[in-house]
Design a protein around this ligand. Structure first.
Ligand code: OVM
Length: 404
């Protein structure tokens, strides 16, 4: 690793993968933003962008800042990818374009409108059980009892996966998002059980395992139609299974934590349930589920005055961009009535989250359904984080619920 600071680029000596950084990333995010638009992190020998404008500029120039060399710390030009490359996440145009078109159609606003009724029924059924459990047991865990089971039900159902073995999706997601960071203890631990889990995942990417008509089968239909290759089809199902569950689980968990911590904001939501969507959006800005993604330079380039050589890694701090005071007023205030549009939690540009319509639907239905049923959320114990190299993940969130 070349850890010498390039001339003229400010050095910020932080470790974004240390326990302390992950426990409370926001002071370090400020330090990164304030040091300059582009900085150097010596511990990993990478450039970093933490300002909103810079992160957006990197994502907009996908010809210079490519994804096919990996969107984590590892540079695929120098080391083998730890699993076969994702044909959408870790790809550039024109390959990326074909894969993206297929997933964008399957997850289009129109397609998701047709799923709404089902997602609504499942949200209502789960929320009824959640409130009942709180009444009988006294406390509930908003992670284990709500944020986890909901995405784990509706999304794999929509993909067309059988019911058994879905806990593998959690283990897989945790491992994948750890793998975008360094090969540290955290990755080693989550990779311990990787073999049987990966086998289960790859097996469930096969067409025979997928309900006809579901999102997974629709990918195979696109392959039948020649839009993507037959080899790309199971790989795109793998993308669904990698990116569709852990992300929304923690997006929901973080939203519930924000609302439990800010009773006035929860009151506002209760008074106007149509705020559910913007409440979810604001929680994505405030506690970005995906904290970081990398790009790699395909050529020497200049970025906001910094000279980057070819084949440089740059880490984009989505979560820091989302609290950049150059972009947001009072960024450290959680305010569900603010216009959080333009946040970077879903990224932006050609790689911007293709599943964001699904995520928003899940967020809206859970937050509005909760506010309908529950008058007050009371924190009943310390919320715990589940440290991950990339995700802002929750372990538990004990709550008491005061019914409406
Ligand atoms: C994929 C993939 C995996 C993890 C995350 C992601 C946020 C995509 O396999 O394509 O997008």
């Amino acid at each position: 690793m070349n850890n010498s600071a390039p001339p003229g680029v400010p050095v910020v000596d932080v470790d974004p993968y240390s326990d302390a950084f992950l426990a409370d990333p926001y002071p370090a995010h400020r330090q990164l933003r304030d040091a300059g638009p582009v900085v150097w992190i010596p511990k990993y020998g990478v450039y970093a962008a933490a300002r909103h404008e810079t992160v957006r500029a990197v994502f907009a120039d996908h010809g210079t800042f490519i994804s096919s060399a990996g969107v984590g710390l590892a540079n695929f030009n120098k080391e083998e990818p730890f699993r076969p490359r994702s044909v959408i996440l870790e790809a550039d145009p024109p390959d990326h374009t074909r894969a993206r078109a297929v997933l964008a159609r399957i997850l289009s606003p129109k397609a998701m409108m047709q799923m709404r009724e089902t997602f609504q029924q499942e949200a209502d059924a789960l929320l009824d059980r959640f409130v009942e459990k709180a009444a009988s047991a006294g406390t509930v865990d908003a992670v284990a009892d709500l944020a986890e089971p909901y995405p784990l039900k509706v999304f794999p159902d929509a993909v067309g996966l059988e019911g058994a073995g879905r806990e593998n999706l959690l283990l897989y997601g945790d491992m994948i998002f750890n793998s975008f960071g360094p090969r540290n203890e955290r990755l080693a631990k989550s990779a311990e059980r990787v073999k049987p889990v990966t086998e289960w995942i790859m097996n469930h990417c096969q067409r025979a395992q997928l309900r006809p008509g579901g999102f997974g089968d629709q990918i195979y239909q696109a392959a039948d139609a020649g839009e993507i290759t037959q080899a790309e089809a199971p790989m795109l199902v793998r993308s669904f299974l990698s990116a569709g569950v852990d992300t929304t689980i923690n997006g929901l968990g973080n939203a519930l934590l924000c609302l439990a911590r800010e009773p006035e904001q929860y009151e506002k939501l209760r008074a106007d349930l149509s705020l559910a969507r913007s409440a979810f959006e604001e929680s994505l800005r405030f506690e970005s589920t995906v904290q970081t993604f990398f790009r790699t330079t395909s050529r020497a380039t200049e970025l906001e005055g910094a000279q980057l050589p070819v084949d440089s890694k740059i880490v984009c701090f989505l979560a820091a961009a989302n609290r950049d005071e150059r972009q947001w007023q009072e960024p450290d205030r959680f305010d569900i009535t603010r216009r959080a549009a333009g946040h970077m939690a879903f990224g932006s540009g050609i790689h911007g989250c293709v599943g964001q319509v699904v995520a928003r639907l899940e967020g809206e239905l859970i937050l509005s359904g909760l506010a309908k049923r529950v008058k007050r959320l009371e924190i009943a114990g310390e919320a715990t984080r589940r440290p991950n190299n990339t995700l802002r993940a929750l372990g538990s969130l004990p709550l008491r619920l005061v019914p409406a």
